[in-house]
Design a protein around this ligand. Structure first.
Ligand code: PGA
Length: 243
């Protein structure tokens, strides 16, 4: 099973228009698990606009971009995994670099993962990825393994790992196939070392219609996490059609 996850971030997508664009492309031949990760406001608009379960392989399709590390209580602006469960959220991203930059430490990300696991939110998508500085200092392996190690502990295992090099996010400059392959191997070796079976690994970072075929030629890839190119429903559907 391949995954294609749109990451709408905080963009104010016109949901009705997006759906119109998305539905204008025939993706019936691609067997894909599609998720739209958006903020709650957009999600509710999406649900209102169209009960779309049938299109996305009969699965609920909306996914959260974040969750609180706290269980319950006076945390203005945060959303708990219990509330995500109530509204039938189909998964959640944790560890996105834009949230790491905003203060999410490895420990906080681990706690967020624990909350999602406790409430049975799935898939849990763990994002990992290095900065250009770390890549250039040849410290990528240590850095990625550290991010992974801090999450995979006490029985916590994400359902999906997304490799998203920070320097490729939103820059229009995707990582090269060799670089993605090398990072995937680091992740796979880590999984092997802790005796875990393979977990789907996605790539994210300037995925577009221009490079999707090349990216999908990577043997170990299980799908993509797409930011900018997911904001236009037609472009996103045309990417989906390549799977
Ligand atoms: P991008 O974003 O496709 O715009 O690079 C990817 C992401 O942040 O998940």
């Amino acid at each position: 099973m391949k995954y294609l996850i749109a990451n709408w971030k905080m963009h104010d997508v016109d949901v009705e228009r997006w759906l119109e664009q998305f539905l204008s492309v025939d993706i019936s031949n691609s067997s894909l698990n599609i998720r739209i990760s958006s903020n709650l406001f957009d999600m509710s608009k999406f649900i209102e606009a169209m009960p779309i379960e049938n299109i996305f392989l009969n699965k609920p399709f909306w996914m959260a971009q974040d969750v609180s590390q706290n269980v319950d209580g006076a945390y203005t602006g945060q959303i708990s995994s219990k509330i995500l469960k109530k509204i039938q959220t189909a998964g959640c991203i944790v560890g996105h670099s834009e949230l790491r930059e905003n203060g999410d430490s490895n420990e906080i990300i681990y706690q967020k993962g624990c909350r999602l696991k406790e409430d049975g939110i799935s898939p849990i998508v763990l994002c990992v990825g290095e900065s250009l500085e770390i890549l250039e200092k040849n410290e990528r392996e240590i850095f990625l393994v550290n991010q992974l190690k801090s999450f995979f502990k006490n029985g916590l295992v994400p359902n999906i790992v997304a490799y998203e090099p920070i320097w490729a996010i939103g820059t229009g400059k995707s990582a090269s196939i060799e670089s993605i392959n090398a990072a995937f191997n680091i992740i796979l070796n880590f999984l092997k070392d802790i005796n875990l079976k393979e977990i789907p690994i996605l790539y994210g970072g300037s995925v577009s219609l221009e490079n999707i075929e090349e990216i999908l030629s990577i043997e170990l890839i299980s799908g993509c996490l797409v930011g900018n190119s997911s904001l236009d429903g037609k472009e996103f559907a045309r990417i989906a059609a390549k799977f």
